[in-house]
Ligand binder design. Sequence first.
Ligand code: 5GP
Length: 200
Amino acid sequence: MKMGKGLLLVISGPSGAGKGTICKELLERDQNINLSISATTRSPRVGEVDKVNYFFLDRDKFQEMIIEKEFLEYAEVYGNYYGTPKEYVLQKLDEGKDVLLEIDIQGALDVKDIYPNGVFIFIMPPSMEELKNRIEKRGTETKEAMIRRLESAYREIEYVFKYDYAVLNDEVNLAVDKIESIIKAEKCKVNRQQNIIERI
Ligand code: 5GP
């Protein structure tokens, strides 16, 4: 798939690894990164706002968008659909702007297939014990949903090897420092390639 000049940053990893907190901090530090707002069929949690946290859709509308090929990727996660609306991402990248996707592992691997030039970062929880604590502490889930998230987190850790980078989230600020360094390094790489192409 042809995409623009901006950097496509894909942050993913198991539930409870702290992706959300990391992305929030990263976006606060770097105003040039554009967050792609996903669509989902899950119900809003307390405090979540439509079109800010997610586009909250019913299943019919989501299916309609699948049929119309409006998603860059979509996946069923814990019984609900989640998807990345394509138009926003393509437009921003085309304008040379960086775009951040915070998505699950299935979705990230799909994006990698169609756009291997993206930068794929896997957020590792400090330990499985800590991951369990975080999912429990969040308290937004039913017991069954929590068990489901934990079980898939155990399976999902193995996918770390398919990513370009793994970042351990033992301390949010340190994890975001590392991601900022990755972004800088990736931009240097792109610029160098561009210089070589221009010289040929
Ligand atoms: P939550 O329900 O906790 O907000 O999100 C559940 C999972 O869905 C998280 O792992 C989150 O990263 C993932 N997710 C959020 N948006 C998308 C999306 O657009 N596509 C995919 N594949 N996963 C998403």
